[in-house]
Design a protein around this ligand. Structure first.
Ligand SMILES: NC(=O)c1ccc[n+]([C@@H]2O[C@H](COP(=O)([O-])OP(=O)(O)OC[C@H]3O[C@@H](n4cnc5c(N)ncnc54)[C@H](OP(=O)(O)O)[C@@H]3O)[C@@H](O)[C@H]2O)c1
Length: 212
């Protein structure tokens, strides 16, 4: 199976890539990126400009796309710049992959995705989910983690503080509110891509948490 992975250099994306490269069911991974990845015989990792994606590349034709792209408003610099990464790029990737007959799209979305939310982040996540549903994929899955657990290169104070609180209260928290470890998210993303179940599916944070 050919997998197209966008966001391969991120916290969740790195775990997806590691699992996919080890998995005998995956014959090749194409991971368009903006900084280099270690060489692997199953991996093609073209450097691309997400504002100007190369539309006619043969590698848009895959068996499934997994999207783990994302940023923060702080890193992006503005709400518009954040939305470009968390909505526009994943949607453009979806359109190009679909145009090239890729039947399956699996998105690393978020637990709070909701158009009615007062939080801009949650509105953007929901808008992307809605827009993806209009494309026509045979199989579409939204994996919706809570706070992602794992070690990231970038220091995010708010996430660190929240992670500390959630870890402390983990034994008494409902599963839905617990940390979603990046490895569990990656496994859910890859399993959904391989299964390619017809229709639109959601995997909630309660399925991504570890036991207390
Ligand atoms: N943080 C949380 O607790 C949380 C909770 C629920 C859902 N989520 C969502 O889960 C998804 C994955 O999260 P994550 O923590 O794995 O993300 P991450 O570590 O921040 O990685 C994001 C990926 O997106 C790429 N990216 C960022 N800005 C880009 C740009 N301008 N152009 C091209 N690529 C760009 C990064 O590439 P570079 O390596 O080149 O920067 C990286 O590959 C995101 O959509 C996030 O919103 C996060």
């Amino acid at each position: 199976m050919k997998l197209l992975l966008v966001g391969a250099t991120g916290l969740v994306g790195r775990h997806v890539l590691e699992l996919a490269l080890k998995d005998p069911r995956i014959t090749s991974v194409v991971a368009p990126i903006r900084r280099t990845l270690p060489v692997h015989s199953k991996l093609i990792s073209p450097i691309v400009d997400f504002d100007d994606l190369p539309e006619s590349q043969i590698w848009w034709q895959a068996d499934a796309v997994i999207c783990t792209l994302g940023t923060t408003i702080k890193t992006a610099g503005s709400k518009d710049a954040f939305k470009r990464v968390d909505h526009d790029y994943p949607l453009m990737v979806a359109r190009l992959a679909y145009q090239h007959q890729t039947p399956t799209y699996v998105l690393n979305s978020a637990m709070g995705a909701n158009a009615q939310s007062k939080v801009f982040y949650n509105q953007v996540k929901d808008e992307l989910e809605q827009d993806l549903q209009r494309i026509g994929f045979h199989s579409l899955t939204f994996v919706q983690p809570g706070l992602i657990g794992g070690t990231r290169d970038e220091f995010r104070l708010g996430e660190r503080a929240l992670a500390l609180g959630l870890t402390l209260f983990q034994p008494i928290l409902p599963k839905r509110w617990r940390i979603s470890p990046a490895e569990n998210i990656a496994k859910a993303l890859l399993d959904s891509a391989i299964e390619s179940k017809r229709g639109c599916h959601c995997i909630g944070s309660e399925k991504l948490a570890n036991e207390a």
